[in-house]
Design a protein around this ligand. Structure first.
Ligand SMILES: CC(C)(COP(=O)(O)OP(=O)(O)OC[C@H]1O[C@@H](n2cnc3c(N)ncnc32)[C@H](O)[C@@H]1OP(=O)(O)O)[C@@H](O)C(=O)NCCC(=O)NCCS
Length: 199
């Protein structure tokens, strides 16, 4: 989950995560200078530090606005984003104020982590670690997406998704590819087959 590493260390590990996950990335310098996803997360990390300080809300909002204008990626400064976060392509990504994103998460362009309530409550999703959200997917409301989940491109997730699942479709339904090929198992049998799926 989100931690306050020194800014240089954060930049280094975000950059390494981008190099690792983007097969088109061949040069660190090119990625450093041209990845809108990285620029957006770095500006967000600064904006979030301001957001949680007394009197910091206005400058945080202003920086988020500048970031959106430059990158096409809108991350509310209140959102909690974990380490080694990467947005590939980026354009059209929206992340709401009360979203919580774990470590090693990757989003593609057009993803929304959005709210479904007009009330000032926790109204955006919580994503575990190592989640991948495909291009154009929407995850809506205060739903929980477990670790190691993959959300298919253009899917709409409106309910919790358990750890290890692949969620696709509108509304998204999930399956456990790690267990495919095994005879149909009850949830209790699944637990014994691979307890990690439920952690
Ligand atoms: C969801 C995803 C992770 C599944 O990958 P996978 O586990 O390798 O699954 P497969 O490709 O073997 O497909 C399994 C089934 O899911 C279906 N499926 C795959 N992606 C889907 C999607 N986005 N929406 C609906 N159904 C989907 C397939 O048609 C297939 O159905 P079938 O079993 O009835 O034939 C992948 O398809 C995906 O959407 N990745 C996002 C990639 C992305 O956004 N790239 C953008 C690059 S710019």
């Amino acid at each position: 989950m989100a931690t306050h590493l020194p800014i240089r260390a954060t930049i280094r590990e975000d950059l390494a995560a981008a190099m690792e996950r983007d097969p088109a990335a061949t040069s660190r310098w090119v990625v450093l200078l041209t990845s809108a996803g990285l620029h957006a997360i770095w500006l967000h990390r600064i904006a979030h530090r301001w957001w949680v300080r007394p009197g910091g809300k206005w400058p945080a909002r202003l920086l988020a606005y500048v970031s959106r204008s430059l990158t096409g990626i809108e991350i509310h400064p209140g959102a909690h984003i974990g380490r080694r976060f990467f947005i590939d392509h980026g354009m059209g990504v929206v992340i709401g104020e009360t979203a919580v994103v774990g470590d090693d998460v990757m989003l593609f362009h057009g993803v929304t982590l959005g709210g479904t309530s007009g009330r000032r409550v926790k109204r955006h999703p919580t994503l575990g670690d190592k989640v991948m959200v495909g291009a154009g997917a929407k995850i809506l409301g205060d739903v929980h997406v477990g670790s190691n989940v993959k959300v298919g491109a253009n899917s709409v997730v409106v309910k919790d998704v358990p750890t290890g699942a692949v969620a696709t479709g509108i509304p998204a339904r999930y399956r456990f590819p790690a267990l495919e090929g095994t005879p149909e198992l009850s949830p209790q049998e699944l637990l014994y087959a691979d307890p990690a799926l439920f952690i």
